[in-house]
Design a protein around this ligand. Structure first.
Ligand code: ASP
Length: 309
């Protein structure tokens, strides 16, 4: 067997647990959900779950998705407010609904219906950093009827407070030879309310096909949505490309993008033989990811490749 787990550095709180579960024979969906729940609960990870950065209005909206590479059943939630574990709500979409993707009020309604854990995801520290941003960037003249003011200009100026920090992504090839993927994020800091990134968009933020492999993206979600990057990587493998060539081809697609938000994007991929590749495109700093392979005592941190567009 070639069991493998690839997760990004934001996945740190959950990788040991997910690897132990895979080593003990758990299925990929269980290992991914358990690992990501630990990330969502850890407030030191400022880009996922509780403690994540809020939107322009100071509200935390969470996105998550999980996909079963055997059945292509997926579950995704977007702009979910007031619940601690979007990955578990996403999994419940996969398991209980005839739908694949719920957003906003409908996602919250479903979370309530299944008894998902409620919680205030805006920590005092995130509220403080948001308030500082507000004081510096929203001119007093524009505050009059806050929050009933135009936001389009403000979201153009939004700058993530922590550069290079991301969505968490988990890719697994489990002991049954099945390939799964899951992702969870608070999305772009200071985003326009209701903005969905790539993470909950199946095929953009993640994709899995047990016959070929899986992929997931972090960073500028707008780029992964436009290029369908995760689905593209897996499709390129289906069309006969090696894992390395498939990722190169997806990078070529990203090179074609013009206009819009073009910044860093990191591509994570595994194939069914247990190979993997992680490439940070347009990264200013060295990024790291977690790798666990069958027989390893624990996951180890590895540097990503870096490619400039
Ligand atoms: N990809 C995420 C998004 O666009 C953000 C990130 O990974 O940094 O929402």
């Amino acid at each position: 067997m070639n069991r493998i787990l690839v997760a990004n550095s934001e996945g740190t709180p959950g990788v040991a647990q997910a690897a132990e579960m895979l080593a003990a024979g758990a299925g990929g969906l269980d290992a991914i959900e358990a690992g990501i729940r630990l990330v969502e609960a850890d407030t030191s990870i400022r880009t996922v779950g509780r403690g994540g950065w809020p939107n322009l209005l100071g509200e935390v909206e969470l996105d998550a998705a999980i996909i079963d590479g055997n059945s292509f059943r997926s579950g995704a939630v977007g702009a979910l407010k007031g619940y601690l574990h979007p990955i578990s709500v996403a999994r419940a979409v996969l398991e209980r609904l005839p739908h694949e993707f719920l957003a906003g009020e409908g996602a919250a309604r479903f979370a309530e219906e299944i008894g998902a854990e409620k919680g205030d995801n805006l920590t005092p520290d995130s509220a403080r950093v948001w308030r500082e941003w507000f004081e510096e960037n929203v001119p007093p003249a524009a505050r009059g009827d806050w929050p009933d003011v135009p936001l389009a200009e403000l979201c153009q100026q939004a700058i993530d407070p922590e550069k290079g920090k991301d969505t968490t992504v988990y890719l697994t090839l489990d002991g049954r030879g099945e390939i799964m993927a899951g992702v969870s994020t608070s999305g772009w800091a200071w985003k326009y309310p209701g903005r969905l990134g790539d993470s909950p968009v199946i095929g953009a933020g993640c994709f899995a096909d047990t016959r070929y492999g899986a992929a997931a993206c972090t960073g500028t979600g707008e780029m992964a949505i436009r290029a369908g990057t995760s689905r593209a990587i897996v499709l390129y493998m289906k069309m006969g490309l090696s894992l390395t060539a498939a990722v190169d081809e997806a990078i070529e697609d990203l090179r074609r993008l013009q206009g819009g938000l073009l910044q860093r994007i990191t591509l994570h991929a595994i194939d069914r033989d247990g190979r993997h590749r992680v490439v940070a495109v347009n990264a200013e700093d060295q990024l790291y990811y977690w790798l666990w392979r069958e027989g390893d005592a624990a996951p180890r941190s590895e540097p990503t490749e870096i490619v400039a567009l």
